[in-house]
Design a protein around this ligand. Sequence first.
Ligand SMILES: C[S@@+](CC[C@H](N)C(=O)[O-])C[C@H]1O[C@@H](n2cnc3c(N)ncnc32)[C@H](O)[C@@H]1O
Length: 250
Amino acid sequence: MPAALPASIPDPLGHTPARRRIALVSSVYDELVEAYPAWWVDLLGEQNHVGGIESTKWLFARSGLHPGDRALDAGAFVGGAARFLASEGVRAVALDLGRDFLAAGHRMDGGASVDWVAGLTQRLPFSEDAFRSAWCMDSYIAPRELSRVLQPGGTICLCCEVPVDSRGGVEAFIEEWRELGFDLTAHKQLSLEATQAWRAAETELVRRRPHFQERYGQRGYIAQLDMVTDLVQAYERGELGHGLFVFTKG
Ligand SMILES: C[S@@+](CC[C@H](N)C(=O)[O-])C[C@H]1O[C@@H](n2cnc3c(N)ncnc32)[C@H](O)[C@@H]1O
């Protein structure tokens, strides 16, 4: 990965400092894309969850976070949410099992203001009550472990898939958090947005088949397309839904 150009070094492309920063940031993400042939890295971008930055802002507005509070972004990828929180004055920690994702995030816009930690969400390397808010956006959710590191009165902010079938679906999901001592304080349906996002990904994989087939290999391409097609069908059959949730710890 190229090192960031110090401001004193003239940019060979003649960019102004602001343009240069944007060019460097996008080149960091582009290099990550190059190194990780996976449909979700290729097609969802650095705010790698349904609804993008708007979902991040929606959760932040309801998270109860204030400047100086500590927040955890679990399964952070390149820390799209963590870097946004840091830009709002929050002391953000980004945790992910992928060290390369963390290294890229550290070099992206706002990355220097975030603490980057390699680890698993189900075994968080933090003490009890370490955070005012714990976030998990389209990543593995470990309710007990996220609850353990959260202060009383703190919030869990989720962007996630939820079952919506006739067996209870979203109610069962909410009930599980209630049993852990949480109240649901905000919820937004994102099932339509998710269905559209997965359909768009499927369309893109098919439209640019030669490109993706070369990138993933023939079997890899079929596997990735199958994955996205299964997702689209599960959403279209009404078996899966997506949503934003804020739970507050009692
Ligand atoms: C779809 S990406 C979402 C990234 C990020 N939350 C966002 O919204 O931009 C899922 C991320 O979760 C990470 N992940 C998956 N399982 C994990 C686990 N058990 N512990 C920590 N990270 C995990 C993956 O490495 C990946 O970076």
